[in-house]
Design a protein around this ligand. Sequence first.
Ligand SMILES: [Zn+2]
Length: 293
Amino acid sequence: MATVNAESFIGQEKKGFRRGVLFERSWLSLQKARGPIRHSSVQVQAMTERPASEARIYILGGNASTLAFVSSLRPENRQITAWLAPLAWTPVGVVVGEGWQRVNIAADNVPGWVDQTFSPEDDRAFVSSLRDLEMLIRVGWHSEAPVSLTEDLVLNPEDLPEDVLDALAHPEEQLTQCAVCRRTCVRDHFVWNERRLCAWDYHATVFGKRGPWQAKPYEERYFETLPTAKYVAHGLLEDVKVDAILVLDDIEETLSRSIINQVMEAEPASAHLAVRTERGMTLLRERSAEPRP
Ligand SMILES: [Zn+2]
């Protein structure tokens, strides 16, 4: 069978081919022309069998702070539109930020742009398969622009590092810069004295030596002013020599207060600090200089 090149299919689309059908057929003919294809291309092909009206994205590459993607590789005024989504690294994984930045890339230099933007010298940089990208450019791949980033929209999940792919399973968050270290962090997860902090600086500040440690059980009114955090990252407590000794998730408020105060009463020699978290309260205890009996 004679193979038909992508350009001729693109020409026919103008005469009324449906987009999904068009791509599938041009893909298959290219595939025949190129011989065996590797695993990721099969996935790209499978994804294009979905209805043409749905949004799809192709990840171009990324690094510690940015994820770049396109939803169309059809040039307009000889330019391709790409989107840059911000990323924040937290102790519980990577978070994708709201508010994407739009960039225009010269249509004849998309692989060059990817290579330059996500340089191999950057440890955390990754790039998509150049071969798939060139193929999609050649067939003029196009889909609806997405309104949010989710894994099921991604044509090339195999090109993403695991932790970045995991980030797509969670809702986007508003990101900001940490008031102390300027690292990108989630805007409202760790706020202390009206300053938005990254998890690392929050744990170091609030649970550090100068944090609001208590020698005695809490008076009722103090429970209203406890530090609040999205979560306590147990891995970060080691640096401040603190233990999380009690996690009260989904427990009624009065009962939680009573349990916390009973523990504090029973350990008068230790300093304690209760934190409100998304799901309840966590009681921390400062490690004493001498080993516990
Ligand atoms: Zn910070």
